[in-house]
Write a protein that binds this ligand. Sequence first.
Ligand SMILES: Nc1ncnc2c1ncn2[C@@H]1O[C@H](COP(=O)(O)OP(=O)(O)OP(=O)(O)O)[C@@H](O)[C@H]1O
Length: 296
Amino acid sequence: MSENASTGVVTRAPAETLLKVDNVTLKFGGLVALDGVSFDVRKGEILGLIGPNGAGKTTCFNVMTGVYKPTSGQVTFDGGRVSGRPRYAITRMGIARTFQNIRLFPEMTALENVLVGTDVRHKTSVVGALFRISRVRGTEDTLPKNPIKRAFANVFGVSRYVAEERAGREKAQELLTFVGITAHADEQAKNLSYGDQRRLEIARALATEPKLLCLDEPAAGFNPTEKARLLELIRKIRDLGLTVLLIEHDMRLVMGVTDRIVVLEFGKKIAEGSPAEVRANPKVVAAYLGVPEDAA
Ligand SMILES: Nc1ncnc2c1ncn2[C@@H]1O[C@H](COP(=O)(O)OP(=O)(O)OP(=O)(O)O)[C@@H](O)[C@H]1O
């Protein structure tokens, strides 16, 4: 931000682009699901992606997270190309997502579900983990409590596998606290309430240490109280320094939490701007109310 000395006008430096959707077209056979869509996601913002049913929002998400390769155009993230890379590589680049339909490991505990997310950042290979051959210097958190084992670990280091496991558990526990379900850490995911399962999905996505968190209809099926709590959580995530992309049908939620909104209709971007600008845009009103543009 800088202030012009003569006019006193404060201008905000344009925020840096984190993810760029550049002229993306995606065809499913004869159906054009995305048609020359371009927009940026800026560092540190909460961007809403909205549009009527079938507008192409989830497809756009899937292109941005590497599930689909665009027919033409490309997606870049933090300066690197997303399109064409395997999913794990995209997660490692720093993009995490949740799904419209919850996809947890139902038989695993809440903590174990989050541990799966922390694995993405671990360095231990499968062979290294099996034989515990790779050793690192121990820290207060990772050194054993037993004095003899501790003395050994001080000389030879601790197994990288054990160190990562302990650090991962601690991180997973912190994330469960962050999303507000720490009391359910040892319960099987399938036994959590619907709202807590959605929170657990968010914790698992955060465990991959993303720069960008993509939430696909996180408030689906929520009552007003749960929606208000979710809104608070999304703001807290942004305050951690993350960028958030949000697909959501609930207009009040979208308008209340986003910095900017991109609107899709029939695979095309029809509007982009602040919530107030988007709300006042006749094309958006027409898309949602189904009235002809000139009558809107
Ligand atoms: N795998 C697929 N194969 C063929 N057509 C698809 C596929 N996925 C989506 N489509 C079609 O692409 C279009 C866009 O769908 P998409 O799910 O992206 O819309 P959406 O905006 O997310 O809708 P909703 O709000 O209902 O979830 C739709 O016409 C849909 O039927």
